[in-house]
Design a protein around this ligand. Structure first.
Ligand SMILES: Nc1ncnc2c1ncn2[C@@H]1O[C@H](COP(=O)(O)OP(=O)(O)OP(=O)(O)O)[C@@H](O)[C@H]1O
Ligand SMILES: O=P(O)(O)OC[C@H]1O[C@H](OP(=O)(O)OP(=O)(O)O)[C@H](O)[C@@H]1O
Ligand SMILES: [Mg+2]
Length: 324
């Protein structure tokens, strides 16, 4: 393999646009090389990185065998496609898009079937009544097998489906399905309902690192350089910078709000202030209220573009998994 770090990025489908936006947010300009090799690209200003444009399912396979170092793909695909995924990959960070649940859904007409236990009852009597086993249409064969085994449902047959899975109960090709859903519109249009305990996985797009790939020093440095920008953007997005001047000892107030609101004082606090805090987005309003109760005249809140920290939790996570 070459010396470069290979990162696989969705080239089409519903993850592509969001993946482009994710890189842009982190200040990473992904450039497609022109000409015959335009399924490859580079990232401006980050040497030693090569980008591959693939479909989400191809990305997942490549990560699983260690043919690429990093990729963006759905957790559903990771768990379905990669054997022993927990050992083969590190989920570096969830990306906040591509959200979808993998679910067990049955015809709405099956009014007595609400849970996996009910489904087991149906499965057990099914062969005697119909002369064949219950059929489950899905492309998530491995997730289905594992989930049904967990619920001790054994008497069924998987019908592999590569598209229009939701239509198979109506067409008679299957009795129920396991598929991915976001809005539920496709299930509803096909008169299917999700079992009460039938959510197999809540998935979203992740930045995923392969633990099977060869990671030499140059590739690790390139990873650090990428994750440095990604972590700084993530930190900036999830906190707000809060400024205030309080009467009295600012260090005491800082101590209080750090415990109470989950804030940090990243630049330290002098006795005479001012307070500069990094606080979780959800804590901003109660914090602003509190600081005014403590005598602050004005509380300013801004969103940083990047917050670079000495330790990079994303890089550390990958290194721990590689070395552990
Ligand atoms: N409503 C949804 N339906 C399907 N996939 C979704 C949905 N929402 C998010 N996703 C994510 O997108 C992934 C699939 O993306 P997409 O269908 O665009 O590519 P793909 O299935 O890999 O393409 P192909 O099958 O052509 O190789 C899913 O595995 C899932 O992680
Ligand atoms: O719950 P909903 O919001 O209705 O979304 C779910 C549907 O979207 C996906 O199909 P997609 O459009 O990707 O077509 P595909 O089956 O060809 O991948 C998925 O396979 C479901 O059929
Ligand atoms: Mg699809």
């Amino acid at each position: 393999m070459s010396e470069t770090l290979l990162i696989a990025v969705p080239s089409k489908g519903r993850l592509q646009e969001n993946a482009d936006r994710f890189f842009a947010r982190a200040g990473l300009a992904v450039k497609r090389s022109r000409g015959a090799r335009d399924y490859r690209g580079v990232i401006d200003g980050v040497p030693g990185v090569e980008v591959l444009f693939l479909s989400a399912s191809e990305i997942t396979r490549e990560i699983g065998v260690g043919a690429v170092h990093l990729g963006i793909t759905g957790e559903d695909l990771v768990r379905e496609v990669i054997p022993d995924a927990d050992k083969a990959v590190a989920l570096v960070t969830p990306l906040g898009f591509g959200g979808a649940n993998v679910v067990v859904a049955v015809p709405q007409m099956w009014i007595d079937v609400r849970t996996m236990a009910d489904l087991d009852d149906v499965a057990q009597g099914f062969h005697a009544r119909h002369g064949r086993r219950l059929r489950v249409a899905t492309k998530y064969v491995n997730l289905t097998r594992a989930f049904f085994a967990e619920h001790a449902v054994g008497d069924y047959l998987i019908v592999e489906s590569l598209g229009a899975t939701e239509g198979t109960p109506a067409s008679g090709a299957a009795d129920l399905i396991v598929d991915i859903t976001t809005t539920g519109a496709t299930l509803a249009a096909n008169a299917l309902k999700i079992l009460d305990d039938g959510v197999i996985l809540k998935s979203e797009a992740n930045l995923v690192a392969s633990l099977k790939a060869a990671w030499n020093g140059r590739q690790r440095r390139a990873l650090k350089s990428l994750l440095d920008r990604i972590a700084a953007e993530e930190r900036a997005r999830t906190i707000r910078e809060v400024r205030a001047v309080v009467p009295g000892d600012a260090r005491k107030i800082a101590e209080g709000v750090i415990g109470r609101f989950g804030c940090e004082a990243p630049y330290g606090v002098e006795k005479s202030g001012p307070l500069v805090l990094h606080c979780p987005v959800g804590a901003i309003h109660p914090l602003a209220e509190y600081l005014r109760e403590q005598g602050a005249h004005t509380v300013g809140v801004t969103q940083a573009e990047y917050v670079f920290q000495a330790r990079n939790p994303l890089y550390d996570k990958v290194m721990q998994r590689l070395e552990g």
